[in-house]
Write a protein that binds this ligand. Structure first.
Ligand SMILES: [Cu+2]
Length: 120
């Protein structure tokens, strides 16, 4: 009986430890290409790198023009390290664009954000 209780306690401690580790696994944006607020030549893709691994099927990256219209219906690709989302885009005309991202970390926590860039 005592042994079983100890086993349960150990399991609870391990459970708590992995939960609190998970709480640190929120994905935050580390960098992007183009960078936020940058003015660039028309890029071939828009790329966002996060500080922790993502769930590819749930994470999103879209790019809209100044009128809010999506520039592509394509889905972003997640790299092997699961930290960078890359969205291939058609040749973008000069103007202002906004990238919107939703990052679902490996612990299921969701973060989101957006940034603007200008194509010259
Ligand atoms: Cu989290």
């Amino acid at each position: 009986m005592r042994r079983a209780t100890q086993g349960l306690t150990a399991a609870a401690v391990i459970g708590l430890a992995s939960l609190s580790q998970g709480a640190w696994a929120h994905a935050h944006i580390a960098s992007s290409e183009p960078a936020a607020q940058a003015t660039v030549e028309a890029p071939k893709s828009v790329r966002v790198t996060f500080d922790s691994a993502l769930e590819g099927a749930l994470s999103k990256l879209t790019v809209v023009d100044a009128k809010g219209k999506a520039v592509t219906q394509a889905k972003p690709e997640l790299d092997a390290a699961r930290k960078t989302l890359t969205l291939a885009v058609p040749t973008l005309a000069a103007g202002e664009y906004q990238a919107n991202w939703v990052a679902v970390a490996s612990d299921g926590h969701r973060t989101q954000g957006s940034f603007k860039f200008t194509v010259k």
